[in-house]
Design a protein around this ligand. Structure first.
Ligand SMILES: [Zn+2]
Length: 307
């Protein structure tokens, strides 16, 4: 662990946030901007400009930088893979940032999957604190997952641990159509439980073109069609998480990302997953990320500050 100020960036599909953590963990600075469209060079420029502005504003000695991205760094090539912000795929983001920023940084830049950052943050001092095995999921623009076991991020030799979103949705019923996913497969969990995936299914079923958030708001306001669509969503999420429980039986599951703000999930999904989990009873708690939208960026800062 370093005594330098820790910068963390969460590069999201729609917004990008930077924070600076003091050595004692206090947040010194926070800034959030819209993520540039699917343009790699614009994204690199945006990230560098956020870091440079933070450095100017803080006027302190040395920094570390951790970055959470909607993808992973391939252990084989060092390049980005599995990103739903597809312009990142195949790019050597670590080197490109290191070249621009390296002179001012106290340690090599660390990059991890955004879901890994979220679960690291929540397992450390959030909704997963005190549990030995934490499965964390980000449901938002995409749908990623990550594991922290005994306080350590579990990455795996292919850097895909927790990538449940590109397994097929289990126990899929015939009326739930399996659409193509950007990963090349069909009927991936992400095509059902990400915000855009859900909105697309709801539009096909109802003819109404709304965002996931609008569907949920209308369901809360008592609209019957919207309630039906949200119930379908809860059913899909329950099926998807039941398969995780059957394989790894985590002590807690934590949800982050925009759709984790749907409070009905925490009551309804555990009722629905019981029929799919191979157990006489299911005691797994389903919790909302305690640090909310900041979980990913806090985890990124923590990641950058580790040796
Ligand atoms: Zn997929």
């Amino acid at each position: 662990m370093t005594n330098a100020i820790r910068l963390g960036i969460d590069l999201g599909g729609t917004k990008t946030e930077i924070i600076a953590l003091a050595p004692d963990g206090n947040i010194l600075l926070r800034q959030r901007v819209a993520t540039p469209g699917n343009d790699y060079q614009a994204i690199v420029n945006c990230l560098c400009s956020l870091v440079e502005q933070a450095q100017q504003q803080l006027q302190a000695g040395t920094y570390t930088l951790g970055l959470g991205i909607p993808g992973a760094i391939s252990p084989a090539t060092g390049k980005v893979k599995n990103a739903n912000t597809t312009c990142l795929i195949g790019q050597d983001l670590t080197t490109d940032l290191q070249t621009r920023l390296g002179a001012q940084l106290a340690a090599p830049i660390r990059i991890a999957n955004d879901a890994d950052c979220m679960v690291l943050s929540e397992a450390s001092d959030g909704a997963g604190a005190g549990f030995n095995s934490v499965f964390g999921v980000i449901i938002g623009t995409g749908c990623g997952g990550g594991w922290v076991i005994n306080g350590q991020l579990h990455r795996g030799p292919n850097a895909i641990a927790g990538e449940w979103g590109h397994n097929p949705l289990p126990w899929r019923s015939p009326q739930d159509e399996a659409w193509a996913c950007y990963c090349g497969q069909q009927g991936c969990i992400e095509t059902f439980v990400s915000g855009p995936g859900f909105a697309r299914h709801a539009r096909a079923a109802s003819g109404q073109s709304l965002t996931a958030q609008q569907w949920y708001q209308q369901a809360q306001d008592g609209d019957a069609t919207s309630q039906t669509q949200v119930q379908r969503y809860q059913q899909w999420l329950a099926q998807a998480l039941a398969s995780v429980i059957n394989v790894m039986d985590p002590e807690v599951i934590v949800l982050g990302g925009g759709l984790s703000n749907w409070l009905s999930l925490y009551d309804e999904v555990p009722k629905l997953w019981e029929q799919f989990v191979f157990s006489d009873q299911v005691s797994t708690p389903l919790r909302r990320a305690q640090h909310g939208d900041s979980s990913g960026v806090r985890g990124a800062a923590w990641l950058g500050g580790t040796a």
